[in-house]
Design a protein around this ligand. Structure first.
Ligand code: SF4
Length: 922
């Protein structure tokens, strides 16, 4: 039977003699209570008295409640949230508090300063800081300002009979001295206190003076196995730890292992990724449900958890429009009713409707979404219910004064619960919550209840203020699901106090990170902080504390490894000074130790003989894009056009570059549909031309609905831009030989190129008019001397039509499908500020009168293009899906298929092959 750790022996002995065990943190109290229960079970007991093990904070709270119940105290103890509200209230009335910092952050800073003063005996017996006034007045503007706020805070606490939380220890002392408190124990054992605050020390002294024996447990300094491991970088350090831990767990699945870090939040996601891949790679698969072999002791704040983020987004959405990404995340959230049933429909709506919508404003309102067609029905029902509740149930505003409704926090919290219920948060009707989600729902409800207690000031607020209070509270509130006693516990250095383990791995023991540097507080004069021995004022004491904690950690397990990386995100790193004080430790480099290799996951082999189904005999979506992608990279065409793999569009507010280009097409099409010929353009006055352009813009803009002033202004800006750009283009068109526009935006339905059936739209077809003839509608189709034009707002050249893999096959494809006898030219029409021109080929150099239009045998060139394009169409139809980018890495730069084609891995293999070939040659 393994020997019992000395800590457990001391705790059991204390409990056996009816002593009270006080721990520095809740974690240690929970762990020791668990160990005690295990001991009882091992001894064969089926019932036993609960051990008197309490965290200091909980114990002090029970003593205070005792005083309140017995009428010995009337002061109401403030919660941290209530305390911050008081500070915010005081700051709001102070003109000097209107700085660049938000009132919330200033209030937090002031509350922290007060709490520091309370814990380091800076508060007088009467609840103020008058003893330190001279130092605050002499130090700086900040300290003088804080002194003023602190005096108001103190007065408010006295008037309303309130007790700030950090003053609790000091507030208990007179009651102990006057024997008004029933402690219930003659002995107290303190466990896991790396450093007590002066207020705690004073309380312990008062207990001792009242005849209670208070002793501090310290871990014995026994012979232990100590290793210090140096690695090249942080990734290698974390992987070394994870692999060593995997080996330990393989050898002993019951081992209790602690991973300790100086600052868990800063590396949490990286560590989680690496530990998951090394300790439980099978759980990386989406939907895997088994418990992980590791857990973080410290939770994450509620604002970072998907379920509560959904609730916050919903509440914000009832107040104002939200950015697209937030709306998108909300609509796809599993925490809205119907999310399970409509999962696919909602994803499709998000990808194909929402993200492709032309948004004139940067944010999306609830009302806008409800106007959209094809919204999945359950989603529409919920959002409608939410909207209705927003309109109907919100407490009435003062309509005459146009002020928002004001009421109590508790009323707003009820309204909040009703809004979320209307949206089906968090379960909806088609799924049930798992255990963690249940706990989270309870925590959320507690949070709302806590916010309702802000009514203690009697203040009435609007809904936006109530939502801000909820948001602020979620940022401050940590949530950790109930522990499932995973063998590997990940925690901070202070959290580990009061617990012992079989093995400890301390990661990140660098001189920058450990011991953690404590800063001084800007609102408290440095002399006060130094005199009261606050953190950050004495480097020698801070180092001494760091060394003591390092030694305590080393003494908390038979085997401990401290590790550090030579290179971190900020550059070169050195080992922590504390490591040199550890005595007999073995220093190792990572290349000097043998670690197990990475876990291997076996995948089923894919069969070699995959035969693609034949293309359906129907018109394919995509038009010329199919051939463009096939020319760029066969795999890209295959993935996008046959597998339907596309990236989500990220809609930006207003018109993006493509949409602005499209707008130019539409306006010029509407203009030429009316004006028809160059001669008509020549004969127009300036005013007529602008009038015609304005009318064309009206037609192009008719697809937008501009309801808000923002949207109207945005469209006006776009109109001004078009009215500046397009007259310049029309001037350029006047320099050409005479022409007639015979088609705009013409759709070529069901065209064949090789085995493919496609549909296309041609921007514009002109006919040259050497003799001034004008073609009637019925003659346009067969008009001679036709030129196909493609508007471009990008920098395109006719070189993009060349070769077996053309970059821009669109115009060659139009040409290949056009009647040969009438086609005499193809050209890009570049409508760009400062770069307006035609570029292309024509059977006569004069046809477009432009220096970049080359005279060529158009028929011959078109037949070459037809051959190339037919080959590409054949390749696509055959299922040629080779990963063969035309010009890597340029072709791959913006390609969305990288996760599927795995080009990087192929390149890595190719590089390895060439290295081994070189090695053979050598
Ligand atoms: S990333 Fe490159 S290789 Fe992969 S599909 Fe795209 S273009 Fe082809």
């Amino acid at each position: 039977m393994p020997s019992q750790p000395p800590l457990h022996t001391a705790v059991f002995a204390a409990l056996d003699s009816s002593a009270l065990v006080l721990t520095a943190n809740q974690r240690a109290a929970r762990t020791l209570a668990g160990v005690y229960a295990q001991r009882m079970r091992t001894e064969g007991r089926t019932v036993w008295q609960l051990p008197t093990i309490l965290a200091w904070e909980s114990w002090a709270e029970t003593l205070w409640q005792q005083l309140v119940l017995r009428g010995a105290e009337t002061r109401v103890r403030l919660s941290p949230m209530q305390e911050r509200l008081l500070w915010k209230d005081i700051l709001a009335k102070d003109a000097e508090a209107r700085t660049l910092r938000s009132p919330e952050s200033l209030a937090s800073l002031a509350a922290d300063a007060w709490s520091l003063l309370a814990r380091y005996n800076g508060i007088d017996a009467n609840g103020g800081i008058s003893r330190l006034r001279a130092q605050f007045e002499a130090a700086s503007t900040d300290t003088r300002t804080f002194l003023r706020w602190a005096q108001l805070f103190e007065r408010r606490c006295r008037k309303d009979v309130l007790l700030p939380a950090a003053q609790l220890d000091a507030a208990l002392i007179p009651h102990i001295a006057q024997s008004k408190l029933f402690i219930g124990h003659t002995e107290i054992l303190l466990v896991g206190f790396d450093r007590m605050t002066p207020a705690q020390t004073a309380l312990c002294d008062a207990l001792r003076a009242s005849g209670i024996a208070v002793t501090m447990h310290t871990l014995p300094d026994e012979q232990r196995s100590l290793r210090i491991l140096e690695t090249t970088d942080e990734e290698a350090e974390m992987r070394a730890a994870a692999r060593a831990i995997r080996a330990m767990l393989t050898a002993n699945p019951q081992a209790r292992i602690a991973v300790i870090l100086p600052d868990v939040p800063s590396v949490r996601s990286k560590l989680e990724r690496i530990f998951l891949s090394e300790l439980a790679p099978e759980l990386q698969v989406a939907g895997a449900q088994a418990p992980r072999p590791f857990e973080f002791s410290l939770g994450v704040t509620l604002d970072r958890i998907a379920m509560t983020r959904t609730a916050l987004s919903l509440l914000r959405w009832t107040l104002h429009p939200l950015p697209l990404e937030e709306v998108s995340a909300l609509l796809l959230s599993p925490y809205l009713a119907g999310a399970q049933t409509e999962r696919y429909a909602r994803a499709v709506w998000d990808a194909q409707q929402l993200r492709r919508a032309t948004l004139l404003e940067p944010e999306i309102s609830l009302a806008w979404i409800l106007k959209q067609t094809q919204l999945p029905p359950m989603l529409r029902a919920q959002l409608s219910a939410l909207q209705k509740l927003v309109e109907e149930k919100r407490p009435a505003a003062n309509a005459r004064q146009k002020k928002p409704a004001l009421t109590s926090y508790s009323t707003w919290m009820e309204h909040t619960a009703a809004l979320l219920a209307a949206a089906g948060w968090p379960t909806g009707s088609d799924r049930s919550l798992d255990s963690t989600e249940f706990q989270l729902q309870d925590r959320w409800q507690e949070l709302l209840d806590e916010i309702a207690t802000l009514d203690f000031t009697g203040e009435r607020v609007d809904f936006a203020t109530a939502v801000t209070a909820i948001e602020g509270a979620t940022v401050e509130t940590l949530f950790a699901p109930q522990s499932h006693n995973a063998p590997v516990q990940i925690m901070g250095a202070l959290e580990s106090a009061g617990s012992v383990f079989d093995t400890i791995w301390f990661l990140g023991a660098t001189d920058m990170a450990w011991p953690a540097a404590a800063g001084t507080h800007p609102f408290i004069p440095w002399t006060v902080q130094r005199d009261l021995a606050m953190p950050g004022t004495d480097a020698t004491r801070a180092l001494g504390d760091g060394i003591a904690i390092t030694k305590r950690i080393a003494a908390s397990a038979p085997e401990t490894t401290f590790s550090f990386a030579h290179r971190g995100s900020e550059g070169e790193q050195r080992p922590s000074t504390c490591l040199r004080k550890l005595g007999d430790a073995e220093w190792l480099r990572d290349n000097a130790i043998t670690l197990p290799s990475a876990p291997i996951i076996t995948l089923e082999e894919a069969p070699d003989d995959i035969t693609l189904p034949a293309l359906p005999d129907a018109v394919m979506r995509g038009g010329a894009t199919i051939l463009k992608l096939q020319a760029a990279c066969p795999f890209r065409a295959f993935a996008a056009q046959r597998l339907g793999s596309t990236a989500l569009d990220s809609t930006e507010a207003g018109l993006d570059a493509r949409e602005r280009g499209d707008m130019i097409h539409r306006v010029l099409a509407a203009f030429w549909n009316k004006v028809l010929t160059q001669r008509a353009l020549q004969q127009m006055t300036e005013a007529e031309r602008m009038q015609q352009l304005n009318a064309a813009i009206d037609i192009a803009f008719s697809r937008f609905t501009a309801d808000t002033p923002w949207e109207k202004q945005y469209l006006q800006v776009q109109r001004d831009w078009l009215l500046q750009l397009l007259p310049q283009w029309l001037d350029y068109e006047l320099l050409r030989p005479p022409f007639q526009v015979i088609a705009t935006e013409r759709t070529l339905a069901d065209q064949r190129i090789g085995p493919l059936r496609i549909e296309m739209r041609v921007d514009r077809i002109d006919a040259a008019l050497p003799d001034g003839v004008i073609f009637a509608e019925s003659e346009k189709q067969d008009a001679p001397l036709q030129i196909i034009l493609d508007y471009k707002t990008s920098n395109s050249t006719e070189k993009s039509w060349d070769g077996p893999r053309p970059d821009e096959p669109q115009l060659p494809l139009y040409a290949a499908l056009a009647p040969e006898e009438t086609l005499h030219g193809v050209a890009f029409a570049k409508v760009r500020v400062g770069d307006m021109e035609f570029r292309g080929i024509a059977s006569s150099a004069e046809m477009l009168g432009a220096k970049h239009v080359a005279q060529e045998d158009v028929g011959y060139r078109v037949s070459e293009w037809r051959t190339v394009l037919t080959q590409l169409a054949d390749d696509f139809a055959r299922g040629d899906s080779a990963v063969d980018p035309k010009q890597p890495p340029e072709t791959c730069k913006h390609c969305e298929q990288k996760p599927l084609c795995r080009i990087q891995e192929l390149q890595a293999f190719a590089a390895e092959d060439s290295e081994s070939e070189e090695a053979q040659v050598d």
